[in-house]
Design a protein around this ligand. Sequence first.
Ligand code: PEP
Ligand code: MN
Length: 344
Amino acid sequence: MILPKNHRLTPEQVATVTAIVEEFGCKIQPIIGAVRTIYAIVGDERDELMINRLEGLPYIERIDRIQSPFKLMDKRSDLATHRIKLGGVTLGEELLVIAGACTIDPKNPNYFYETAAAVKEAGAQVLRGGVWKPRTNPYTFQGDTKSLDILMEASRRTGLPVDTEVMDEPQIGLALDAGVALLQIGARNALNYALLRQVGRAIADRRDTVVLLKRSIHMGPLNEFISAAEYIAAFGNPNVILCPRGTTPTLDGYRNHPDESITPLLKEKTWAPVVVDPSHSVGKASYVPAAALAAVAYGADGLCIEAHVEPAKGIGDDPKQAITPDVLKATIAQAKALWTLRRG
Ligand code: PEP
Ligand code: MN
């Protein structure tokens, strides 16, 4: 929909606008109001270049798009009936809980093995463990490829599928070859379109592989988040889960600005499941259970929670934000009860 700055376009301006939209296979339909005339774009209005050219005209106030920018992730697309399965859970039918350490300590693998067994016992269906870590400070521990063996050994011992973050193409290849079921794209790479394409291409023919796409750190628009998922799905595998994890600017006292409340808004736009990460959102273990329950109350399909058998002995985020297995167990029980309550 084209909204002119003045009450209506002059005949010359209509001719210019018409010539532009016709180049993109569209037509113009004026909608004449008592005071103002606006102009509907009839046809596929998704071409960015057409919109930019129209918005560049000095007599155009703005273009309001009616069509969804997502062909695949849109709630009204043919994929709306697609169901993602992970760890024996069909997303949307049962609450999915991903839990485990922020960072695997390659020098002390037993902490991870014990954590893996404990999160399984607490009720998690997927095990998380950071092998390669995106760290703000280049001098802090960046992860270690050796941890991939520890992750997969924990997977064998528990029978749980695993989630780990990948940041470049070699890591994607190593993780997939090892058998990682859930590839995590972190908040720092959530808008790294080259990486999103690489992931989409790598999983195109692997229908059992799923991507957990975190929301970017800045308080980005929902369409930007869903479009990032579209980048991956465009290669043919639509198994993408959206993961709000808090944004900046932070809410004083929390690590980020908790954003589980965007869940119902996402669900109005996309069929993609939403799995909220309360751990990075609030950034402190004592706040995590309430944030997890808030996410379920908002309609999340699952939770991704950092947990550790001995948080104080952990590395990465674990000393400050990992919850213990007993707290995880209680949180999962409450989250499941709330989930059932919501479903009526
Ligand atoms: C993580 O999951 O440990 C992590 C670094 O997440 P995020 O990308 O959300 O910061
Ligand atoms: Mn972490």
